[in-house]
Design a protein around this ligand. Structure first.
Ligand code: ZN
Length: 167
């Protein structure tokens, strides 16, 4: 496994539509492992393949640090409710914005062994699923942020606490 470089907003790769994965390969398995490693290293809860420069419909998410989810070719098939809250992105370091997302979503996708699965998410997981799926269509959260984005300066002790986690 290896850390990959996270692309930063302004990089054209983040504005492109990603292609569907037709078959799993050892190379893509390695990419998925690297995406998890890169996400954990950056204290993120989610990462989409275009954020490491690969235009494929692959997302990794882990909201708790213990529930890794890999979604291949994900599509939101149901959504309900609303949540409004602060959202950030690993490709937009040091910034956040207020974004409204569904409270609950159902996602049709494939797992990393290309088994067809339906996943459900609520709260932060629903937010992360929507945020990452948007990345696959070249969309960033800034376009949804009410009142634009702002600088974040978290008040935490670097030696004693972990840095805040970002989608
Ligand atoms: Zn993001």
């Amino acid at each position: 496994m290896a850390l990959r470089t996270i692309r930063i907003a302004g990089d054209p790769v983040l504005e492109k539509k990603c292609r569907e994965v037709k078959e799993m390969t050892p190379r893509l398995q390695e990419l998925i492992d690297d995406m998890f490693e890169t996400m954990y290293d950056a204290n993120g809860v989610g990462l989409a393949a275009p954020q490491v420069g690969v235009l494929k419909r692959i997302v990794v998410i882990d909201c708790t640090g213990e529930d890794p989810i890999c979604m291949i070719n994900p599509k939101v098939i149901e959504q309900d409710g609303q949540q409004t809250g602060e959202e950030g992105c690993l490709s937009v370091p040091g910034k956040a914005g207020i974004v409204t997302r569904p409270q609950h979503v159902k996602v049709d996708c494939y797992d990393r062994d290309m088994n067809h699965v339906i996943l459900e998410g609520e709260d932060l997981l629903a937010r992360a699923m929507c945020h990452e799926i948007d990345h696959l269509d070249g969309k960033m959260y800034m376009d949804l942020a009410e009142g634009g984005i702002h600088d974040v300066s978290y008040d935490y002790d670097e030696e004693e606490e972990e840095a805040p986690r970002t989608i």
